[in-house]
Design a protein around this ligand. Sequence first.
Ligand SMILES: *[C@@H]1O[C@H](CO)[C@@H](O)[C@H](O)[C@H]1NC(C)=O
Ligand SMILES: *[C@@H]1O[C@H](CO)[C@@H](O)[C@H](O)[C@H]1NC(C)=O
Ligand SMILES: *[C@@H]1O[C@H](CO)[C@@H](O)[C@H](O)[C@H]1NC(C)=O
Ligand SMILES: *[C@@H]1O[C@H](CO)[C@@H](O)[C@H](O)[C@H]1NC(C)=O
Length: 468
Amino acid sequence: MKLSWKQGLGVWAATTSCLLLAVWLRYYLTDNGFIKEPNQTYDYIVVGAGTSGCVLAAKLAASNSKVLVIEAGGEPPWYSWIPIVAPILQGSEQYDWRFRTVPQKFAAGALHGNQAFWPQGKMVGGSGQMNFLIHATGSPSDYDSWKVPGWDSHTMKTALDGLTCWTKGIVKPFVARPSFLLDGESEMCRAPVLAENSTSCSENAQHFQCPSAAVKLQRVNATEKPLLKAFLDAGRACGHSVSEMDRWSDTGSFMASHNTIDGKAGQRWSTYSSHLMPAMKRYSNLHVLTKSSVTKLVWRRNKVIGIQYLDADGRIKHVKAGKEILLSAGTIKTTQILQQSGIGPPHVLEPLDIPIKADLPVGENLQDHLQVPLFVELNASVSLNIVKMLHPRQFWNYMVHGKGALATSGIEGIATLTKKREDGKPSEPYGMLILFNMGSINADVYTSVANIKKEVNFDPTFMVEKQG
Ligand SMILES: *[C@@H]1O[C@H](CO)[C@@H](O)[C@H](O)[C@H]1NC(C)=O
Ligand SMILES: *[C@@H]1O[C@H](CO)[C@@H](O)[C@H](O)[C@H]1NC(C)=O
Ligand SMILES: *[C@@H]1O[C@H](CO)[C@@H](O)[C@H](O)[C@H]1NC(C)=O
Ligand SMILES: *[C@@H]1O[C@H](CO)[C@@H](O)[C@H](O)[C@H]1NC(C)=O
């Protein structure tokens, strides 16, 4: 039987719709544990169901305490599990707080209003539900510069190493982890870092199984990605080292990106799926309240006893905490809640008539990195673009095998840059390169995503992939 192209398209559309429906049902119908009205009192209240809030809530619930998680956003949309759609969620009115920096005097000159976008997830799963899935362990010199006892790089490395586990390949001792990737290993898991149920690493290695709460990572395969290969070759050609490790090092190097993707399902890995979701199914002492934003902490004399929040209909409500309130609402919202509760510097609180409960430098010393997008034109059909992404074969490959373009985040390579100092040692990292393989046939897409002024005017042909 031979189908006309119209019939073929019909069959494709029907199959795709069924598969999409199946995925939708799988994510929507399995979620439970959400409540409409909270109890009056809990032992612990976790404010913000983002990356850390999900872990904290799961851990506390496992200890039999009564726990309320309160989240300003709602449940994440089903498509947020598809790695490639991150750019759609960022900037969305419903799922992103859509923060902007104040107009900058000395930076962001190419951006509208001299303001940089500052995406922060507003949903269960938080920014972990819409980020670009890059995994990095941090820079030892950062830990040391904090000068907080117990958080120095030596202690942190020992802690992280001890939590590393291997899932495939040869069982290796987990104590020293100079390179935790094995050749021929496409998926690995890291740590029951805060797993509800920490089995030892050697046990996991024997069974070649990730504990469900482990961080699932996927390394981009340079053999399959010509752009990544070119990126690594370029690093080598410029005299940088090319490493197979993730980034526990101050020595700059070029490497394939490790992305937090569950390789089997081709699905975004977030602490919502790994920690909060299973905990909600398992523990009846865990309540999750969505679409409710905390406005401030409630004091009795010098003790915080609860929270005030606006519910989904904008009504002011209160809940008490017998033991503790944990603020995990992100860099900006946590700061705002503290300041609105009277914890902050007088020069911020006094003009707003907020009675000062604690004069602390809350909100000071904010640091962030500026990202400078550089667009390049390619004379070969090697980038990922919307035409390739929407090819029926890609859908099929993703739905059936969890593979292909939709199962990638677009981030293929990472490089940290250091200089050699006079004593021969590397300087602190001064920059980072991210190879983002996302092509477009329309330059406006880039300028709008990056908030770049029209008059900055790239030559549009500069960004267009000529072939393919
Ligand atoms: C990388 O891709 C090549 C070619 O498809 C394949 O032979 C190899 O096994 C892959 N490596 C890993 C680690 O998956
Ligand atoms: C881990 O969880 C499993 C499944 O819930 C349970 O059977 C097992 O006893 C737990 N192990 C530990 C060490 O708590
Ligand atoms: C909520 O209140 C009910 C009724 O008092 C109680 O049975 C239940 O354990 C409480 N749940 C939590 C999680 O606090
Ligand atoms: C693009 O590639 C083709 C074929 O390899 C070559 O003939 C052409 O000169 C290239 N164009 C540019 C602008 O590099």
